[in-house]
Design a protein around this ligand. Structure first.
Ligand code: ITT
Length: 192
């Protein structure tokens, strides 16, 4: 099955295609001729995911889905949340984002956090949302070289390693995105 994944993030693309497996061929916006940045100005992850999917749907008319993800830190009142990509700067500066997060948590005992992914799918039946959450904590310092974004700082519950110290398969098995994508896959498989 061919489906458009409305993302410019190659790490997400790799993780999602690995979870979906060979039954699905993911097409990028660029491959459909959409090269501009898709606006993400909504107040919630679900809103942003829907906005990205609607944008691609209106430009291509194809079945498509989008992923919006946020890191919600308890001691920071849920921040950076929907602002995770632009936490420290206007752009996607992962190093600055991680630095700021460690700064804001300095001296705090409560390191509880969760990653949350909202996937919005648009197909002939309409709009659908699939969610995935993983609970965990923020490490005291960065560890590991794999993954992307905040992965070197996030330790999922039941584990001593950060996501950046895990293989892609290990991360997908427990991650926010892995969970949301498996729900998406179940829907797509039952729809056929
Ligand atoms: P899109 O093109 O799909 O919008 P993006 O990188 O802008 O890609 P998000 O807005 O969903 O994606 O990402 C929000 C931030 O959270 C951004 O800084 C990412 O690096 C980070 N992030 C997303 N998923 C992550 C994951 O699985 N592990 C670590 N950090 C993640």
């Amino acid at each position: 099955m061919k489906i458009v994944f409305a993302t410019n993030n190659v790490h997400k693309l790799r993780e999602v295609s690995q979870t979906l497996g060979e039954d699905f061929t993911l097409v990028t916006p660029r491959e459909c001729g959409v090269t501009e940045d898709i606006p993400e100005n909504e107040a919630t992850l679900e809103g942003n995911a829907l906005a990205k999917a609607r944008y691609i749907r209106s430009r291509t008319g194809l079945d498509c889905f989008a992923d919006d993800t946020g890191l919600e830190v308890e001691a920071l009142g849920g921040e950076p949340g929907v602002h995770s990509a632009r936490y420290a700067t206007d752009g996607h500066d992962d190093a600055a984002n991680k630095r700021l997060l460690l700064e804001r948590l300095a001296g705090k005992e409560n390191r509880r956090a969760r990653f949350r992914t909202a996937i919005a799918l648009i197909d002939a039946d309409g709009e659908h949302i699939f969610e995935g959450v993983v609970e965990g904590r923020i490490a005291r310092e960065e560890r590991g070289a794999d993954g992307f974004g905040y992965d070197p700082l996030f330790v999922p519950d039941g584990c001593d390693r950060t996501f950046a110290e895990m293989s892609a398969d290990e991360k997908n098995a427990v991650s926010h995105r892995g969970r949301a994508v498996r729900r998406l896959a179940e829907y797509l498989q039952n729809r056929r």
